[in-house]
Write a protein that binds this ligand. Structure first.
Ligand code: GLN
Length: 490
């Protein structure tokens, strides 16, 4: 098998054994990107020179006899919402076109410190708002399973880069499902760590109380290894949790043995059938049966407030976004429009924001500004926060009865490009099952569980906060029990 077909674990093993250099591995992936990315459009920026230099540095350190980490020399693609020093960071928005951050996000810094080789920046919905990558200002990403369909969003570029064999690992961010939903519809693994388990420093903020960077990979073990690299306390993020990283790698290895004896799995009654395609439900049912065969016990649990998660999220996230995106004013970053000396500052700001933001971002800013405005704050934002508390209580009560909750990751398989952009509500429905764990803050992972109409379906495993290891154990067990999905040749 070619180098690009291998997992991160396999590549790291080959590099460590000296059978292949990190430069050869990087070059193979850069060649693959050159061959297929015109059709997939997973990348907004490919950092050829940076990748080759980072790979050469790993080879030199190895030659000098240095002990390197478990993923040293392995390439990784990074969602374009994370700051990369000197490398363009656009958030797929025109307003940040040309911006080169003067610093690295903590997650990016940790990748570099661990010897991973950053290939480039991946496409996404503008400022991570969307479920299909169609809201990128630079054009959509195409799902390698069927190039007429969406790869999910907002991190569709990261997920597509994996399934197109352009990268063995990728970084995503998950505010309402943007790691897990693209994972599900591309047949890859995507994990949202516990909120605060991975640093938000250098992550361009969308909804600060929800944003969570996390790993994307083709296997559960690869995701766990990447999780281990990027997670852990960061004094530069005030919401970062000062606790050890849960033993996610060990849990993934343990899960792969396929023993789930004694594990209690909860099925959320309120999710049963709600809005999901029959093929998705059938595939998820089979996955649950597979978990039972491995020794798990299934319990039906009630989470009565999950039904309100979607409306609560679509008030909280836009509210926080309207505040966070105020900083894009044409003064500090990127684009500036109309600054010819004849206009007042406010007019330049307004022209810049009018030209720089796309329609979905504007919609969110308008909704959020309204929801936070005097006289409406209590009715909208305040109510949504109360619902958030009730959802957290539902999770807490559920986890007194079961170890994990499982559900479909997304109600439908990858949909055709253009089929949901005219109705925002249809797009928001993609997040039906992923949003509750964001509002709660607990970890959740999507793992491929089968096909429906020839397209991938993901099973979602949700765990209590800081029990990230538990979700990896269950995900790895499922992965060992279902046939691997092989995407069509590009
Ligand atoms: N699809 C959701 C939204 O549009 C989730 C986005 C995300 O997780 N970044 O807000």
């Amino acid at each position: 098998m070619s180098l690009t077909g291998k997992t991160a674990v396999e590549l790291a093993g080959l590099i460590a054994a000296g059978e292949v250099s990190a430069v050869e591995v990087a070059q193979a992936h850069l060649d693959r990107i050159a061959a297929v990315d015109q059709r997939v459009h997973a990348f907004l920026h490919v950092d050829t020179d940076g990748a080759l230099a980072a790979a050469a540095a790993v080879d030199a350190r190895r030659a000098a006899g240095e002990e390197l980490g478990p993923l040293a020399g392995v390439p990784v693609a990074v969602k374009d919402v994370l700051a990369t020093k000197g490398v363009p960071t656009t958030c797929a928005s025109k307003i940040l076109e040309g911006w080169r951050p003067p610093y690295d996000a903590t997650v990016v810094q940790r990748l570099r410190d661990a010897g991973l080789v950053i290939l480039g920046k991946t496409n996404m919905d503008e400022f991570a708002m969307g479920s299909s990558t169609e809201y990128s200002a630079y054009g959509p990403t195409y799902n390698p399973w069927d190039l007429t369909r969406i790869p999910g969003g907002s991190g569709g570029g990261s997920a597509a880069s994996l399934v197109a064999y352009e990268a063995p690992l990728a970084i995503g961010t998950d505010t309402g499902g943007s790691i897990r939903q693209p994972g599900a519809v591309t047949g890859t693994v995507g994990a949202k760590p516990t909120y605060g388990g991975t640093s938000r420093y250098g992550l361009v903020a969308f909804s600060s109380s929800l944003d969570t960077p996390g790993p994307c990979a083709r296997t559960v073990l690869d995701a766990a290894l990447l999780h281990q690299v990027i997670a852990g306390h960061d004094p530069r993020d005030s919401t970062s949790i000062p606790a050890p990283v849960p033993p996610v790698v060990q849990a993934a290895r343990q899960g792969a043995t396929g023993d789930l004896a004694g594990l209690r799995i909860g099925l959320v009654r309120e999710f049963a059938g709600e809005g999901a395609e029959p093929g998705v439900l059938a595939s998820v049912r089979e996955a649950v049966e597979a978990l039972v065969k491995l020794g798990a016990e299934v319990v039906e649990v009630s989470c009565p407030h999950f039904t309100y998660a979607l409306p609560a999220y679509y008030l909280i996230a836009p509210s926080e976004c309207s505040s966070n995106l105020a900083r894009f004013d044409g003064v500090r970053y990127g684009l500036r429009v109309g600054d010819d000396g004849s206009r007042a500052l406010e007019e330049v700001m307004s022209l810049t924001r009018e030209a720089g933001f796309g329609p979905e971002v504007k919609r969110r800013i308008i909704i959020g500004t309204y929801a936070l405005s005097s006289g409406y704050y209590d009715a909208y934002y305040g109510q949504a926060q109360k619902v958030r508390t009730l959802i957290t209580r539902d999770f807490t009560a559920a986890f007194e009865q079961v170890d994990v909750l499982v559900a479909p990751t997304t109600p439908f398989v990858a949909f055709p490009i253009g089929s949901r952009t005219s109705d925002p509500y249809q797009m928001y429905l993609a997040d039906l099952y992923t949003i509750p764990s964001n509002l709660y803050g607990g970890p959740a992972i999507s793992v491929p569980c089968g096909l429906s109409e020839g397209l991938p379906v993901g099973l979602q495993v949700m765990a209590p906060t800081l029990a990230d290891d538990r979700m990896y154990r269950v995900a790895a067990a499922l992965e060992s029990a279902v046939p691997a999905l092989t995407p069509p040749d590009l």
